[in-house]
Every structure is written in C-alpha cells, then in structure tokens.
Design a binder for this molecule. Sequence first.
Ligand code: 9WO
Length: 257
Amino acid sequence: MGDHVLRFDLITLFPDMADAITRHGITARALQRGLWQLRCWNPRDFTRDAWKTVDDRPYGGGPGMVMLAQPLSETIAAVRADRLGAGVGAAPVIALSPQGKRFTDARARELASSSGAILIAGRYEAIDQRLLDRHVDDEWSIGDFVVSGGELPAMMMMDAAVRHLPGALNDSNSAEQESFAAGILDCPHYTRPELFDGLSVPEVLLSGHHERISRWRREQALLATLRKRPDLLEAARRDGRLSAADEAFISGQVLPH
Ligand code: 9WO
C-alpha cells in the first residue's frame, strides 16, 4: 500500500456521465493534480456485430433486456491488459447492485488506500449471470433502492474515496474531521449574517473563545447523534470513542418522546 496511484476503470454504456465527477468540484481538482485517475470503457466498443448490440431478451421470458456477457467480458480483458501496461496494481472487478455489500465510509477509506477498482455499471434490467459468475469479485450497494444504472452509485463511491486522498481537500485534515470519520454526526454550522429570518447565530460562536467553541461543537454533534442516529452513538460508546466529559453531557440530556 501507499506506493501506487488510485485508478478507477468504469465500464459503462454512458461514459459522458463521468463528467459529473471529472469536471466538477473537489474530485475534478484532485484529478487535475494527479491524485487519482479514471478511465471509462464502453462495452459497445467491444461488440462483434454490425449493429453493436450490447443487450438481448431474457431466456425464460419477462420484461426488459439483459446485458450481453461477451462485450462486458472483452471490456474487462482490455481493462486488465491496460492496467498491466500502465504498471498500476491489479484491481478487483466490482459490480454495482442493490444486492451487494453496503458501501460505507470505512470502505471508502479502504478504497482510497488501494490501487482502485474496475467498476461495472449495468443498464437495462440486469447483467447476464455468467458474466458475474466468471469475472465479478464483489458486488457493492449504496442503499436498498433500485436506480436506472450503476453509474451514479459508482460515481458516489469514487467521490467518497477521492475525498480521503491526502491533499484532495483544501484543509489538510477536513476529511478526518467530517462526521463519519469520527463516527458521530456533524455539528451545526453558521455563516454571515448574524441574524437571518429572525434566527441568530449561537452566541458562543461569536465569542472568540476557542475552547468553549470546541466544547460546544462536540456537544452539538453528540446531541445530533443522540437524536437522529442513536445507533452510531452506541457504536462510539462500544468502541471507547466517548470521553468522560462526553458521557456526562449525554447523561444530562432528556430525550423528547
Ligand atoms: C442486480 C439486482 C438485484 C436485485 C434487484 C435489482 C438488481 N439489479 C441488479 C443489477 O446488477 N442491475 C444493473 C445495474 C442493471 C439494472 C440497473 N442497475 C442498478 C444498480 N440498479 N440499481 C443499482 C444500484 C447499485 C448500487 N446501489 C444501489 C442500487
């Protein structure tokens, strides 16, 4: 680990969709700085018929179309050869599917410190099972819902990973300060003006008293976690990530029923 570039290979019928992360914001800047790489591969370029067919009707009948195994298989072979030629490390083939393992911030961090992944973004109703059986190492899900294709889930995973690369964010350690790194939720944030729509900025944030501000932020984060995600607070307690001061503050809180 450490001695490699983070490279993603995205297999998709809609490579232009990757513009969402290659042309905008933090992920685009990190790409320009050479912190990570993305190559898109279109299975349509690996078809063998004059019509460039990438899908066909399902055996056994039923609605929708199924992605052909052959164009995907040859795309994966081309990706592997290209990665080898580029001298980047081998990478697992991952399909995006609601049946997969849940993608978490912990997985995003692991991904960021790896050689990357070959991501298969399916379209239509499904991918031929034999392609999955032969070539896919893992299936990952971003949640229990169905979307029209694997591209958006793949991009969310890449974005989440890239944010963890050293130097990707302006503030050197802001990824580590973010809610899920600490395992509890974020505190509220405020900017100008001091009064908006009858609501004031909490006095403590205007005090200039850094110790009080830190304590307030920690307490607000604990409070938000207690109210919105008690499961995360329980996990933090179990892992010994709550101080005596944290526990004292939590004990003083009364939950609304
Ligand atoms: C597998 C699967 C299993 C149960 C129900 C739906 C399923 N879709 C797939 C699959 O591989 N789908 C391909 C990608 C083709 C159809 C659109 N695809 C997709 C991926 N829809 N939703 C996702 C997805 C991916 C990651 N996290 C949430 C949803």
